[in-house]
Design a protein around this ligand. Structure first.
Ligand SMILES: Nc1ncnc2c1ncn2[C@@H]1O[C@H](COP(=O)(O)OP(=O)(O)OP(=O)(O)O)[C@@H](O)[C@H]1O
Ligand SMILES: [Mg+2]
Length: 297
């Protein structure tokens, strides 16, 4: 590792959270509270990295006129944003309809779909120790060749590449085999257990870990309030405990976990210690509303 910064590449999203004040009635109005929050897995991870004191660059794409608003929100968490604007597509938007414990998410990836790997410049990589990517970019923005090119450039610059698959639904749409092939060259895979199961075709956690190190040399598997598994090719799997909390809002727990882990890796710690730091950051995140490091509610 040469540089000390984290470069995070991927989604910029406007989360629109809809809480109806009663049962949703069709063909007429239903009163609701509707709030808008800046989100996106890549942005949330970057925001937690900034909050943890890491120098961090976020590379993403938004609709016309929205770069300043999103860059300002990211700057509040210490993130340097590099946002280009798409002339026609809107900023990616997710409408989240909350119905008791159930959440229905309607996703328009918008301008995220036209993010180009050329936005990740050699100058950014030269200062980076870690490049973090998410699976969402694979679904439209990056072809497998794009991903391989970017990963090769990062590795040539001595930058460690981490990757969060992000969503079982999208992996299933993309195709498990194709998704696995796209992962070639990635140093550290950060799936949750459901993503790990889908990617490995295994159910048992230990079997999931054993299979995934066949694709990536290091894999860290989260599982909500269950313990975290740290697996490295050719080594014994290590289990890192999680102190379960009654979450105020679990949104972004995985992104905060990634940030805590990446921050520790940049400090030169070993992977098990880094996973403990991920658990610490995520434990903090679940006690705060929203997916970013907002003040404690
Ligand atoms: N209830 C909880 N109590 C304590 N820690 C938690 C809890 N839920 C999640 N975490 C922490 O967050 C980490 C990531 O959670 P999880 O496995 O749910 O990620 P994810 O499914 O990727 O989440 P996301 O919805 O953010 O994508 C866990 O490994 C754990 O450290
Ligand atoms: Mg996740």
């Amino acid at each position: 590792m040469t540089g000390t910064r984290a470069v995070v590449v991927g989604d910029v999203i406007d989360d629109i959270i809809v809480v109806p004040r009663g049962p949703i009635r069709t063909d007429t109005d239903t009163a609701a509270s509707i709030t808008r929050h800046p989100g996106g897995s890549a942005c949330n991870t970057a925001a937690w990295l900034g909050f943890l004191g890491v120098g961090v660059d976020l590379v993403g794409r938004v609709g016309a006129g929205d770069a300043h608003r999103h860059a300002t929100a990211l700057r509040a968490s210490g993130v340097t944003a590099h946002l280009s604007e798409d002339a026609t597509l809107p900023t990616g938007t997710i409408v989240i309809v909350v119905d008791g414990e159930t959440r229905t998410m309607l996703t328009d990836r918008g301008a995220n779909a036209t993010l180009s790997i050329s936005a990740v410049t050699d100058a950014l990589l030269a200062d980076a120790g870690v490049l973090h990517l998410t699976g969402y970019s694979l679904f439209d923005a990056f072809t497998p060749d794009d991903l391989h090119t970017l990963v090769a450039r990062a590795r040539a610059a001595g930058v460690l590449v981490t990757f969060d698959p992000g969503s079982t639904g999208f992996i299933a749409d993309y195709g498990v085999d194709a998704f696995r092939e796209a992962l070639a060259g990635i140093d550290l895979l950060l799936p949750n257990l459901d993503e790990g199961r889908l990617l490995s075709g295994e159910h048992d956690r230990a079997a999931v870990a054993a299979a995934l190190v066949g694709y990536c040399p290091a894999v860290v598997i989260t599982g909500g309030s269950s313990s975290v598994l740290v697996a490295r090719r050719g080594e014994h799997v290590v289990e890192v405990p999680v102190a379960a909390r009654t979450a105020v809002d679990p949104t972004g727990a995985g992104d905060a976990f990634t940030a805590g882990l990446v921050a520790a890796v940049l400090n030169g710690t070993d992977l098990v210690t880094a996973a403990r730091e991920g658990v610490r950051a995520a434990g903090d995140a679940v006690m705060r509303p929203g997916g970013r490091p907002t003040p404690l509610g």
